[in-house]
Design a binder for this molecule. Structure first.
Ligand code: PLP
Length: 393
């Protein structure tokens, strides 16, 4: 059981409970007064702790402290990177953006906005059925259009299927083109070093690594002076105005330290729980399949298609059994849209609305996986009985 949740929680990629050091840091800080930008000693004392937190996050992410720009969410950091790098490029006539077909909506949608409102052009690099971007297509696009490309944005790990992308190779192919990576799911779970990867920008978010909701960072190489989205008090290199969320930032640093310190030992435990989950679920439902490669993935994410079912029905039936997971795809205004990620891998619409994402943490147990395995067959049978979808192969 996770935190205060009276459920078997297999949805850690959506958000994960705060770790104790982050709770301690947050509660201690929230009781203090002081705006970290104020010049009096109360303000300066908060600022000192905030700058120590910046140093800690920089160390965890392999960048300089000056590179860290705190934001209110990963979504905000992605919007800032996408719009900021585009506007910077557009100043010298570079109006093309290269991205992949399976980015998170927080990257896809600001790009779409730039196309609709500012005349940007997009090149979407396809992904293989294993869930990895096609480097040959990327190389071709870069070779043909290098002088028109404002930036490349490709995620380090996909949030629905967990596959890890070859960021070092992407940066090499990019040459002088700035590269942004959305590392929201990968930071704290697998190796990430901003400087040695040669990135220009990266997004990380506290609530995916045991920190609080509503705090994140855009890591942006010093000297890359993008246009802000928010204008105001000039905080964060004048790139992200707004009074510092000192409690959130300090708790984010505590969570990042905790995640990095235990990354290796947690990795082994989480991977073996995930492997058990995949084995047990595929045994219980023999015609189900795992989406994306089983190699080079995040330790905790397994996305499984259950043919002839409806993923929302599966989710709710599992919920009734006390098990929380995710459909992986966006649900807006009650309309269940097929997963663009699974469609990018080659799934048809029926298949892309028949899958579940299970995301495991080191806090889960084998007993919890056994419980899932004991109910999944019945849950799938009930969903099949209630839909008109065909069981396909
Ligand atoms: N990018 C990825 C890959 C994510 O998985 C998420 C959250 O699910 C986000 C961005 C958005 O981050 P936040 O929830 O901090 O806005």
């Amino acid at each position: 059981m996770a935190g205060n949740l009276n459920q078997i929680y297999l949805d850690h990629a959506a958000t994960t409970p705060m770790v104790q050091p982050a709770i301690d840091a947050l509660t201690a800080q929230i009781l203090k007064t002081g705006n970290a930008s104020s010049l009096h000693s109360t303000g300066r004392s908060v600022r000192k702790e905030l700058e120590e937190a910046r140093e800690a996050i920089a160390k965890a992410a392999g960048c300089a402290a000056i590179d860290v720009i705190f934001t209110g969410s990963g979504t905000e950091a992605n919007n800032l990177a996408v719009k900021g790098l585009y506007w910077l490029g557009a100043k010298t006539g570079k109006k093309t953006i290269i991205t992949s077909t399976f980015e998170h909506h927080a990257v896809m949608d600001p790009i779409k906005w730039l196309v609709e409102h500012e005349g940007a052009t997009v090149i979407e690099i396809p992904v293989s059925s294993a869930g990895v971007v096609d480097l040959n297509t990327l190389q071709d696009a870069v070779t043909k259009q290098a002088d028109q490309v404002a930036f490349i944005s490709i995620m380090q790990a996909n949030n629905e299927i967990g596959t890890i992308q070859p960021i070092a190779e992407i940066v090499k192919i990019a040459g002088a083109i700035p590269v942004h990576t959305d590392a929201v799911q990968s930071f704290g779970k697998v190796d990430f070093n901003f400087t040695s990867l040669g990135l220009t920008a990266a997004t990380i978010s506290a609530h995916k690594v045991g920190g609080p909701l509503g705090v994140a960072a855009l890591i942006l190489k010093k000297g890359v002076n993008i246009e802000p989205v928010l204008h105001g008090g000039g905080q964060e290199r004048d790139i992200r105005s707004g009074t510092f969320n000192a409690p959130g930032i300090i708790a984010f640093a505590a969570a990042a330290n905790n995640a990095i310190a235990d990354m290796q030992s947690r990795d082994q435990k989480v991977r073996s729980l995930k492997e058990l989950l995949i084995k047990k679920v595929l045994t219980a439902v023999p015609d189900a399949w795992l989406n994306g490669s089983a190699e080079k993935t995040l330790p905790g994410i397994a996305n499984i298609t259950f043919p002839g079912t409806d993923s929302e029905a599966l989710l709710l039936l599992l919920d009734m059994q006390g098990i929380a997971c995710s459909t992986g795809s966006a649900c807006s205004a009650g309309v269940h849209r097929p997963s663009h990620v699974l469609m990018a891998l080659g799934a048809n619409e029926d298949q892309a609305t028949s899958s579940l994402r299970f995301s495991v943490s080191y806090t889960n147990t084998e007993d919890e996986i056994e419980k899932l395995a004991s109910v999944i067959g019945d849950v799938v049978a009930k969903s099949r009985a209630a839909t008109s979808k065909k069981v396909f192969q």
